[in-house]
Design a protein around this ligand. Structure first.
Ligand code: ADP
Ligand code: MG
Length: 460
């Protein structure tokens, strides 16, 4: 396929220049298919897997239409979770940095209401948020969508799964009549078709199928005699493959927590990610998994959806997904960025109908593999490469990665090569350290100074 250049689109010069500076040299397939319609002002439904570049597709569309001189909300992007909203806002800021004075606000649950209302009073051009909190702001009259030009539903299938249907209808009821609606989704179940019918006008459908033969991903299926074997099977797969970053999918929140707890009890470095956890726990979980201080993330589809975690070594389906598209989507997350990964699926005879549907969908016969020998269960679980230190200072205290790196590697410090990812949040910073050096790093930071003052540091 020929490479599609952004310059073939009718985009403002600032946006084009900025794309070049971001090294976005060619459009991704979903961008090439959707952007011409989006820029023509059509309602668009776009289906593509995680990592296909959907954010920039709608982001460029809404930025092109935006008039920075008007201080009212012109675009609203709804996302299923706060993590995704943060990720989308971050990407939009990157795309918008060449246009002066664009204000992008995130409005999500789990954070205080007052400051959000204040920010809204100061005016914002683009709002990114979760449905519940957006509805609340609308109800309280803090958010006005009468001048909205672009309405985006990101990860729409997940939002519906989470039961946001009625909330969506309420939100749509507050929006100006003449707006463009863009709907992005990894899968396209009937529920979405129904919503699209209600809230979209003559939508153009674009789809990038990535699935059937694109198998750099090695899929392995394991048929178990009963549910009681799942945990041992999971442990065997982990003990044999030692994935540095493994994502384990469960179908319910409860099972997600139980599986993570059991893995921890067995000595593995595992964390759970699902909607019942508070925001701080979820933030810490993602930080630790993405910086390799935790090897295993057990998650629901909703929680793991869209998160920009690259380089997964293994995806393990503790249960087969109810939906074939979701299955393909799950396993599509392994072996990204050219690296190879494995995708393992555990199932029992009770799930044979799902296997049959999957065979239909993949147009291939599923062969079962044998599990590694049970004797492996005696082996000690492996440990992650890194550990995370949390510092009680962040952007607000003007901490930068360089300050932390400097403090760690200064006199009597540790080698720079033993320092991993550094993340600076508003009031906190997180630094990954080689596990073996974590203790000396902790001492060094506790006793030393950053920006001329002491901070509290702890291992999380
Ligand atoms: P999706 O929403 O489809 O899961 P994202 O929008 O999060 O995917 O994009 C995945 C990654 O690809 C992001 O890190 C983004 O910055 C990058 N990206 C998007 N479009 C391009 C492009 N045209 N060229 C290079 N990188 C891109
Ligand atoms: Mg996305």
């Amino acid at each position: 396929m020929s490479q599609a250049c952004f310059s073939s689109l009718k985009l403002r010069a600032e946006l084009l220049e900025n794309l070049a500076s971001l090294n976005y040299s060619a459009m991704t397939p979903i961008q090439a298919k959707s952007l011409p319609h989006i820029l023509a002002g059509k309602d668009v439904i776009a289906q593509g897997k995680t990592g296909s570049g959907k954010t920039a597709a709608f982001g460029l569309g809404l930025l092109e239409r935006l008039n920075a001189k008007h201080f009212y909300v012109q675009s609203l992007v709804l996302c299923p979770t706060r993590e995704l909203a943060d990720q989308v806002a971050k990407e939009l800021r990157k795309l918008a940095r060449a246009i002066h004075n664009i204000k992008i606000l995130t409005l999500c649950g789990g954070t205080p209401f007052g400051p959000q209302t204040n920010s809204l009073e100061h005016g914002a051009h683009i709002v990114v948020g979760t449905p519940g909190r957006i509805e609340e702001h609308l109800r309280k009259g803090a958010l006005d969508l009468q001048h909205l030009t672009t309405f985006v539903l990101d990860e729409a299938d997940r939002m519906l799964d989470m039961g946001f249907q009625v909330t969506l209808d309420t939100i749509v009821g507050h929006i100006s009549r003449e707006h463009q609606t863009l709907l992005f989704s990894a899968t396209y179940p009937e529920q979405i078709q129904a919503v699209a019918k209600r809230i979209m006008v003559d939508p153009v459908m674009v789809k990038v199928v990535s699935t059937h033969n694109e198998t750099s991903i090695e899929q392995r299926f394991y048929k178990l005699n009963n549910d009681g074997q799942r945990m041992d099977a999971l442990r065997l797969l982990l003990l044999e493959n030692h994935p540095e970053s493994a994502l384990v999918f469960c179908n319910t929140r409860r099972e997600t927590q139980e599986v993570a707890d059991e893995l921890v009890r067995q000595g593995f470095s595992a964390l759970a990610l699902h909607g019942d956890l508070d925001q701080k726990t979820r933030d810490h979980t993602l930080i630790r998994f993405s910086n390799k201080s935790a090897s295993i993330l057990v998650a629901t589809d909703v929680a793991a959806r869209g998160l920009d975690i690259d380089a997964l070594d293994a995806v393990i389906n503790y249960h087969l997904s109810r939906d074939t598209e979701v299955h393909v989507h799950r396993i599509g997350r392994t072996g990204r960025a050219g690296s190879k990964g494995i995708a393992c699926t555990l199932y029992t005879g009770n799930e044979s109908d799902k296997i049959a549907r999957l065979e239909d969908y993949l147009k291939q016969t599923i062969k079962n593999e044998t599990l590694p020998p049970v004797s492996l269960l005696h082996n000690a679980p492996y440990q992650p490469a890194m550990a995370t230190l949390q510092i009680n200072g962040g952007k607000k205290q003007k901490l930068r990665p360089g300050d932390i790196l400097g403090a760690l590697t200064g006199k009597d410090g540790i080698a720079g090569t033993r320092v991993g990812k550094i993340i600076i949040a508003d009031n906190w910073a997180y630094v990954a350290i080689d596990r073996g050096a974590a203790r000396s790093a902790l001492k060094k930071l506790e006793n030393g100074k950053l920006k001329g003052r002491s901070f509290q540091v702890r291992k999380i």
